[in-house]
Design a protein around this ligand. Sequence first.
Ligand code: ATP
Ligand code: MG
Ligand code: MG
Ligand code: MG
Length: 484
Amino acid sequence: MTSSEIRQHFLDFFRSKDHLIVPSAPLVAKNDPTLMFNNSGMAQFKDFFLGNGTPPSKRVADTQKCLRVSGKHNDLEDVGFDTYHHTMFEMLGNWSFGDYFKKEAIEWAWELLTEVYKLPKDRLYVSVFKGDEKDNVPFDQEAWDLWSPIVGEERIILGNKKDNFWEMGDTGPCGPCSEIHVDLRPQADVDAQPGKELVNADHPQVVEIWNLVFMQFQRMANGSLEPLPARHVDTGMGFERLCMAIQAKMSNYDTDVFTNTIKVIEELSGKTYGGTPREYADVAMRVIADHIRAVSFAIADGLVPSNAKAGYVIRRILRRAVRYGYSYLGFTEPFMTKLVPTLAKQFDGVFPELIAQQDFVATVIREEEAAFLRTLENGLKLLDKITAELTDKNETIINGETVFELNDTFGFPVDLTALIAREKGFRIDEEGYQNALQAQKQRSRKDAASSAGDWVELVDDNDGVSFVGYDQTEADAQIIKYRK
Ligand code: ATP
Ligand code: MG
Ligand code: MG
Ligand code: MG
């Protein structure tokens, strides 16, 4: 089954269950001060759950472009190092706004996975919320009673609040959820260790594919829970992971969602994907194949790389990919831009906004890349010089002013400097950098008129973006995690 067929079957299935199929909201969240990017299928329906609007139908389904690189959901660090977290991904979802509840949601999920997609039943596990006395939330007996005749008690995992209870915020709608996990390991591995033990354990082949959220409570300001008069269902399934499961691959990047792009990266670099997982060239190809999607669709949805807020997040994602391409695949000329046509063609008919604007998107990316490649080269030379001097002096800390200058003059994000420094056995002076940054902010406060669009202004200055970027993670530990 191709990825297009997989997506289509999802939509057709829920259409046959009387759902209205709606388009994806843009990647960039509009009119929501609390959110920079859409990071789940439900984001565009939030108002309906809060009672601030009427849905176009009580049953809705779609595929939503999601981006998890900021705020509560930030998976960027894992991207490229693991094989199942992306920056941008599609979340397939079905919703009930005060209509059907757990019974239908559970039975339909099972029917779709096992009868339409024909996933083997003995490779699926489901989780049920076990309750939390401290927080006054009960065990989800109802979900347990519905799941046990379907999957058998031995395939149910009792989950904690972190994985199996969803809350919109400190107050508001909330409820337990049931996740569906799939075990894709070779049979010998399954025989050696039950998949049940590996659920939620960061195993690359025992992964969560679908989350069914059952909104049935209202969290009050005093912390108590009241039953909601109208109960809702909100589900989200990772499309790329679903494709991995159905196409029986070991990694999302081995599905036809990514193979076209990886093939072009191979041609451009003259290197082959799928050497040993430890090799940074493979990590780099995954990073690039992933990031080009996030950057291209963000631009197609109206964002441009910039120095502010959401635009800055996109700029940094693009630079992260360029830096990997430069360091591990030998790209010294713009290459990301050359991936756009392949992507645009692949998503024609699904997200047509990309093919409609592909020349513009490719141009923005090319210019951004060209500029960064120049500064990357100059900055790397400067860093070489600095570290050589420090070595002469027997020192290992790069001072904050220098880190600031690398950022200000050469466009090196501080986390990139930190990463390169670490690779060379140095550290950066974080505090000194912060001081230099604050001093500069003071200087430029007066002419702080922002160049960003309206909606970006809604997001808090620094802290709307918690961008972990290059920190800690690009260390061997992550690759080892991947190999596990
Ligand atoms: P995980 O535990 O794997 O990080 P999650 O519990 O954070 O996933 P949910 O918020 O429940 O994910 O989102 C619903 C579904 O979206 C998940 O079951 C998964 O299939 C998919 N998903 C979540 N994050 C990503 C991501 N970064 N890349 C690809 N798919 C994702
Ligand atoms: Mg997650
Ligand atoms: Mg999870
Ligand atoms: Mg989940």
